[in-house]
Design a protein around this ligand. Structure first.
Ligand SMILES: *[C@@H]1O[C@H](CO)[C@@H](O)[C@H](O)[C@H]1NC(C)=O
Ligand SMILES: *[C@@H]1O[C@H](CO)[C@@H](O)[C@H](O)[C@H]1NC(C)=O
Ligand SMILES: *[C@@H]1O[C@H](CO)[C@@H](O)[C@H](O)[C@H]1NC(C)=O
Ligand SMILES: *[C@@H]1O[C@H](CO)[C@@H](O)[C@H](O)[C@H]1NC(C)=O
Ligand SMILES: *[C@@H]1O[C@H](CO)[C@@H](O)[C@H](O)[C@H]1NC(C)=O
Ligand SMILES: *[C@@H]1O[C@H](CO)[C@@H](O)[C@H](O)[C@H]1NC(C)=O
Ligand SMILES: *[C@@H]1O[C@H](CO)[C@@H](O)[C@H](O)[C@H]1NC(C)=O
Ligand SMILES: *[C@@H]1O[C@H](CO)[C@@H](O)[C@H](O)[C@H]1NC(C)=O
Ligand SMILES: *[C@@H]1O[C@H](CO)[C@@H](O)[C@H](O)[C@H]1NC(C)=O
Ligand SMILES: *[C@@H]1O[C@H](CO)[C@@H](O)[C@H](O)[C@H]1NC(C)=O
Length: 784
């Protein structure tokens, strides 16, 4: 098999000189909870096609040893929550026993699941293939809104009289169908369907449309199936959900004669607008049914995107390179470009969907696009503003035209401020300002899906009280500590845009409230682990509206205690402990340092967090914590920590992610980290650490300028990870951080490394900015 051969070549040799594209492995993160979409897609594409499995199928496919339930064309990547999309899967049976239709299997997709040969799996950007246990080869490639599937029976012949039966199942991965219709064309075998489904982490429902055409075999008969039975009459069907626990299994089928050239093709057009649009999409994007053309064009689209970045490996091995380029690849899975194919906006209005979720992606995903794909980021932010204008609120989490659940603050504010301080072009900043000011000022009725809750208390007490009394709006009324921290940072971001737009009074007001995190600081709070006092004093604690403290053990929700997810075990901190949340004050590290007792205490706390088992590197709040030594003048310790997580927790194995990729949030973290920078999202600040290669360059597609981060004496064994000195172009550079000018002006940052910490980047004037303890914006002068 071609697939098997390719794999041998890949694993047997560490060939150098491979292109960025060759070093992408879509299977990284496809097992062990990474939930990465491993199938065929274009950058930001709606069509994301892959065989779905019965096991870990959040993104459709996983190499977890479970069987294939169908072949579907729409997915999300790296998400938590329920399995997303996978609507209208096709499924195949090479023949019905004795040619009798009723000997074929209908019923649920789980009853029809079939195995495949794990060694046959081949995944490349824009392409996915495998061989079923029945020896039928399956391959797929995609355009923006369509997939071309090929089922190859060459190796199957001789087993039985091939007369393939193709089912279209009126369901999705999570069996959330509310109702659906299908019609089957007896002449051509075309199946057209629509249905209403539920989002995987949100409210409401969405309509989805599909249009399937076949080529390569004559139609033998067509019809419908309901539960365990199929029949050739009638040709149209409407079903609802079912009754109580009973979910109706139903769909259409086409049975074919033996494929003439052994290959049966299925062309699947999708749309969120109408069946006509779904058929139109398929016909215009794949008029020629030419698999190789579509596959080559998909590959070219990826190659073009990947050409923005280049490296000199300097001896860093192929597995390290693969980790890097695949991480970048994953940042282009979401959001998906629904422009022109959605019922909410006219075709000319930009609309992206699958912001899943901003709580994860504000930190590094959107900041990564400011250097990697700024033109697309402008479109995404315009799309966020279009949503704001249309529904009245910026989205926080959003999928398939539905509102998703907010996990904390109104974090689109951070995305917008980040783009603003990086001078992103083509954005209506005054509209952006009204959108984020709306988050800060007005409480929505349902703040579980947009905006912020408890705003009256926030304004009155300067924190979100535990058990808040709030009659204005409703949402998951816990997370009072993490919401207080996130709202404080959101306000800092609002202040940044206000200052930039000359709204001085607003800027001062929001800067004041960005200091609100301090109101939950309980100076005499201690923390013990299994009865052993950690020796650290002063932690955030929940607080009632009357000012009295409530107690939450600082280690609760950490890996040493139990996980606090959105839907179970809710506490006053979301998905993370007080121990780690203490550090989420990106606007005011100087005051935090003072509050915990000075730089040394700050460093000791960070060390304890990393070494005690309290830190969960798989979750996004841990990203900043890797780098926070920079603020204490110890940039070398950040670099050292980073190397303790990459590649041991983020690597090129199929299980090479410690947790959900969260729509590319882990990918962008790894991409930045290996490039030698960490963005403090919402600020014109990148913390500097040595790259994992001799050099990394990004070319800005808008300005055409190339920025380079280079190591003069690069050590691929990573024994030398401590920066001794730096130059920015020709100038000596001593700050341990740098602004986006590096990219906009296309500068070169050159680092010289050594085996020991040095005094580079350690002086007070070399530290990243913080709001001053008096609440003025002095420390941020550089930004305005
Ligand atoms: C997968 O299918 C094969 C046969 O098709 C069956 O033997 C096996 O038990 C199935 N495995 C799982 C995990 O369902
Ligand atoms: C399908 O379900 C949706 C969501 O429950 C509902 O709004 C819609 O009216 C239903 N359509 C039909 C034709 O029953
Ligand atoms: C779904 O398909 C049925 C049958 O073709 C059709 O009557 C119905 O109008 C379609 N629904 C939508 C929303 O297009
Ligand atoms: C999104 O789709 C629209 C409509 O096809 C197109 O104009 C726009 O350039 C696309 N954006 C990206 C980033 O591909
Ligand atoms: C801790 O400080 C609070 C005031 O913030 C005080 O009420 C409490 O008694 C102190 N607890 C101890 C053990 O000192
Ligand atoms: C208690 O904590 C101290 C200081 O962190 C540590 O040295 C000691 O080993 C711990 N003891 C136990 C029983 O965990
Ligand atoms: C503050 O409110 C809490 C919760 O209702 C209550 O337990 C506590 O006694 C109150 N403290 C004061 C000083 O009234
Ligand atoms: C790769 O990463 C995974 C997930 O974090 C980890 O379990 C595994 O041990 C790592 N593999 C190597 C070789 O470091
Ligand atoms: C590649 O380099 C990394 C970092 O030095 C090392 O951990 C890993 O084992 C190497 N992998 C191979 C396949 O040599
Ligand atoms: C953004 O533009 C302003 C005004 O031209 C300039 O002062 C500032 O330095 C620019 N910021 C960056 C990050 O280049």
């Amino acid at each position: 098999m071609r697939a098997a051969l390719l794999f041998l070549v890949f694993s047997a040799t560490a060939v150098s000189g491979k292109s960025n594209y060759d070093l992408i492995d879509p299977l990284i993160g496809s097992v062990n909870g990474g939930n990465v979409f491993a199938g065929a897609s274009l950058p930001y594409g709606i069509a994301k096609a892959v065989p779905d499995v019965s096991g870990a199928n959040t993104a459709g496919f996983s190499l977890d040893g479970s069987n294939i339930t169908g072949f579907s064309t729409q997915h999300d990547s790296g998400t938590g929550g329920n399995p997303s999309q996978g609507q209208f899967p096709l499924s195949l049976q090479p023949a019905c026993e004795g040619g009798e239709l009723e000997k074929c299997k209908f019923g649920s997709k789980y009853e029809r699941a079939v195995n495949y040969r794990p060694g046959s799996v081949e995944a490349e950007p824009g392409y996915f293939g495998l061989e079923l246990g029945s020896d039928v080869g399956v391959e797929v490639t995609t355009t923006e809104h369509a997939a071309l599937w090929e089922f190859d029976f060459t190796n199957h012949f001789g087993k039985d009289t091939v007369s393939p039966l193709m089912l279209l199942d009126l369901t999705d991965l999570q069996d959330s169908r509310q109702n659906a219709s299908i019609s089957v064309d007896a002449e051509t075998g075309r199946m057209v369907a629509n249905g209403t489904f539920l989002p995987s982490f949100g409210v409401g429902s969405y309509q989805s449309f599909v249009c399937v055409d076949f080529k390569g075999a004559g139609v033998r008969d067509t019809g419908l199936w309901v539960n365990e039975r199929g029949g050739t009459e009638p040709k149209e069907l409407f079903v609802n959900r079912g009754y109580s626990l009973f979910y109706i299994q139903a769909g259409g089928f086409v049975r074919f004669h033996k494929p003439e050239n052994n290959v049966l093709q299925a062309r699947v057009g999708v749309s969120f607008l109408s069946s006509e649009k779904a058929c139109h999409n398929a016909k215009t994007e794949i008029p020629d049914w030419n698999f190789n053309r579509v596959r080559a064009e998909a590959a070219n689209a990826w190659k073009e995107k990947m050409s923005t970045v280049s490296i000199l490996p300097g001896g860093a091995n192929e597995s390290i390179q693969r980790t890097f380029f695949t991480a970048i690849y994953r940042t282009m899975m979401s959001p998906q470009n629904y422009t022109g194919d959605n019922p909410l906006f006219p075709a000319e209005e930009l609309y992206f969907d699958s912001y899943y979720c901003t709580w994860d992606s504000f930190r590094t995903t959107f900041p990564f696009l400011t250097i990697f794909d700024p033109g697309t980021l402008s479109q995404m932010i315009t799309s966020l503003l279009n949503i704001y204008e249309s529904v009245g609120w910026l989205p926080d989490c959003r999928m398939q035209l539905c509102k998703g659940y907010s996990q904390g603050g109104s974090n689109a504010d951070n995305v917008i401020a980040d783009a603003y301080v990086k001078n992103l072009t083509n954005i209506d900043w005054s509209l952006a300002y009204s959108a984020i000011r709306n988050d800060a000022e007005n409480e929505p009725f349902d703040w579980g899906v947009e905006g912020r809750g408890g705003l009256q208390s926030w304004k009155r007490y300067g924190y979100i009280p535990v058990f808040d009394y709030d009659t204005q709006g409703f949402g998951p009324d816990y997370h009072s500590i993490s919401r207080t921290l996130e709202y404080a940072y959101n306000d800092f971001c609002v202040a940044t845009l206000a200052a930039g737009l000359g709204e001085t009074a607003d800027a001062e007001k929001y800067l004041q409230s960005s200091g609100n995190w301090h109101n939950l600081w309980k100076a005499n709070q201690t923390s013990s682990i299994k009865g052993n006092n950690t020796g650290f004093i002063g932690f955030l604690q929940p607080r009632y509206a009357n000012g009295t403290w409530r107690y939450q053990d600082p280690i609760e929700c950490s890996p040493l205690d139990s996980f606090c997810s959105y839907s179970s075990n809710p506490k006053e901190t979301f998905e993370d402990s007080i121990w780690e949340y203490v550090f989420f004050v990106p606007q005011d590290q100087a005051r935090l340092m003072e509050t915990v007792g000075g730089k040394e205490q700050f460093v000791r706390r960070l060390d304890f967090l990393h070494e005690s088992g309290l830190l969960d590197i798989s979750n996004e709040p841990s990203e900043l914590v890797v780098y926070q030594y920079h603020y204490a003048g110890r940039p070398g310790l950040s670099a050292q920590r980073l190397h303790s997580y990459i590649p041991s927790s983020f690597n090129a194995s199929h299980n090479g992610l410690p947790g959900n990729d969260d729509s590319g949030a882990s990918g962008s973290f790894v991409a930045f980290a290996m490039s030698g920078l960490f963005p403090v999202a919402g600020q014109n600040v990148y913390l500097i650490s040595p790259p994992f290669f001799e050099s990394v360059s990004y070319t800005n597609a808008i300005t055409g300028k190339t920025a380079t981060i280079r190591v003069t004496n690069f050590d691929p064994e990573y024994k030398e990870v401590f920066i001794q000195s730096a130059r920015l172009d020709t100038e000596v550079y001593t700050r341990n951080w740098i602004g986006h000018e590096l990219f906009l002006e296309g500068k070169t940052l050159e680092l010289t490394l050594g085996r020991e910490e040095s005094d580079w980047g350690t002086k007070e004037e070399d530290l990243p900015p913080s709001t001053s303890p008096d609440g003025s914006m002095e420390g941020y002068e550089a930004m305005f």
